[in-house]
Design a protein around this ligand. Sequence first.
Ligand SMILES: C[S@@+](CC[C@H](N)C(=O)[O-])C[C@H]1O[C@@H](n2cnc3c(N)ncnc32)[C@H](O)[C@@H]1O
Length: 217
Amino acid sequence: MLKEAASLIMKHTVATRRHLTPELVLRLITPECPLWRATEHQIPFKDPFWAFYWPGGQATARFILDNADQFKNRTILDVGCGCGAGSIAAAKVGAKRVVANDIDHFAVTATKINAGLNDVTIETSTNDLIGARCEEFDTILIGDMFYNEEFASLLFEWLLRLSTKDGKTVLIGDPGRHGLTTARRQQMSLAARYDLPAHICMENHGFTHADVWTLNK
Ligand SMILES: C[S@@+](CC[C@H](N)C(=O)[O-])C[C@H]1O[C@@H](n2cnc3c(N)ncnc32)[C@H](O)[C@@H]1O
């Protein structure tokens, strides 16, 4: 773990359980933190997506904790892990192997800190795996990554290939972002829908619920 990154994360985040998975304690930037209202140039991190627990990621982790039998003994890759909640949930319910992946090294450091806080051990990777074969894994987790159309298109094409050609289980948590178009939703099945409590809704542009989808095989 990069020591400097870890101490910056510890300085600017607080431990919180005010989310859809209170079983997990996570270091995040919350409305109580000075950085919540800081301007771009006051923030010592570039695009600190990992410092927030996105509604799609909350739904994915909630689903894992509520459906432990589907993840026990599985080999899991959490792409775009952010704060690491999906990986931590999978490790908690007895997955055989969990790799938390994010191209932002701060995300991976935050994930390691959060894994420690929750007494689980997970592996991490900062490689860009979009397009990779993922032979070592049977399950791919995606939390809230359909916020940008260009990336959504690349991501969806890859996930669809992993699911339909390689038989992987692909789980996608999403609050209704534009990147999950009707055409894309027609290739997925709804596994669960979670209402978001008022404070999460307010902090997330008014999204009222978050869904968990599985890609059809
Ligand atoms: C919106 S955040 C979601 C984080 C987390 N899954 C959640 O739901 O709370 C998207 C994350 O994807 C990461 N990301 C973006 N492109 C990526 C890529 N090609 N491979 C892995 N991670 C990526 C970002 O660094 C960021 O942490």
